[in-house]
Design a protein around this ligand. Sequence first.
Ligand code: ZN
Length: 52
Amino acid sequence: MERKWVMCPVCHNKTRLQLREDTVINNLMLYCPKCRQEKLINVKEFRVEVIG
Ligand SMILES: [Zn+2]
């Protein structure tokens, strides 16, 4: 199964969150260790949608 790292929507660095192709996420607070920002995201089929 394919895997990808989630990139930070603010600074575009790699976060510590890894996705599989079947990963589905709703309303996750994604924390970026590089720029220390938190963003609320949804993920489906490797598409990361920033919702807040
Ligand atoms: Zn960042």
